[in-house]
Design a protein around this ligand. Structure first.
Ligand code: DX5
Ligand code: ZN
Length: 219
């Protein structure tokens, strides 16, 4: 069985000592880093943007898993390529129609990034099925996007299993990533339901035992 990917969300990391936070990720043997970009419009919070990523990404030899919670993602694809994103995941709900979603996916691929599509817990998981043949990753939000430290929405487990089944039964090559409220109790449930990637924020950061916590997630 493939080793699950842990993608640490740095939303609640210690930005005064960001280099140390990145080193903790590497010392734990992890290869991904999750950046939560929030614009204050698509979600009622503002985090950091493409210019912050542009300043740090070139110095971080990890897979840059960028999750944009922004309106009008189509307009920002090139800027996140310039910023150093390896995978750019946008929200289904940020687009006006299916054609726009296909256009965003195509543009992300045109700029040689992996394309991810994210979906909120309140939106029917079947809404993203038409795009599974095109994307590289599906981000099943297990919290309402906008903040770290929220509680895992239990119905996400069924959504993970459903989208995984749709991917496998159609022979698509798509990673299932789960994002929000994940800890050492919830992690195995997500993996048992088919998750390939776990995005984890507050369970990992602002504690003294980062590496031990990673191991507990993967036990
Ligand atoms: C929420 C973000 C998540 C969140 C994960 O909008 O997309 O990545 O920061 O953090 P925790 O694990 O603390 O829920
Ligand atoms: Zn995220």
């Amino acid at each position: 069985m493939k080793r699950p990917i842990i993608s640490p969300s740095v939303l609640d990391a210690d930005f005064l000592h960001f280099e140390n936070e990145v080193q903790k990720i590497k010392d734990a043997g992890l290869e991904w880093i999750h950046f939560d970009v929030m614009d204050g419009t698509f979600v009622n919070n503002i985090s950091f943007g493409n210019l912050f990523l542009k300043s740090v990404c070139p110095k971080i030899d990890l897979f840059k898993d960028v999750h944009v919670m922004i309106a009008n993602p189509l307009e920002m694809v090139e800027k996140f390529k310039e910023a150093g994103a390896d995978c750019l995941t946008f929200h289904y709900e940020a687009c006006q129609n299916d054609q726009e979603i296909f256009d965003v996916i195509d543009k992300i691929h045109d700029f040689n990034m992996k394309a991810g599509i994210a979906i909120k817990p309140s939106v029917s998981i079947e809404k993203i099925y038409p795009f599974l043949s095109k994307v590289d990753l599906v981000l099943v939000m297990s919290v309402e996007p906008g903040y770290g430290g929220q509680h895992f929405v239990e119905s996400s487990l069924d959504r993970i299993a459903k989208v995984k089944n749709e991917i496998v039964s159609n022979g698509y090559n798509v990673l299932v990533s789960v994002d929000g409220g994940i800890n050492d109790t919830i992690a195995p449930k997500c993996l048992n339901n088919g998750a390939d990637v776990l995005v984890v924020g507050q369970y990992l950061f602002n504690h003294s035992d980062f590496k031990d916590r990673v191991e507990r997630l993967l036990k």
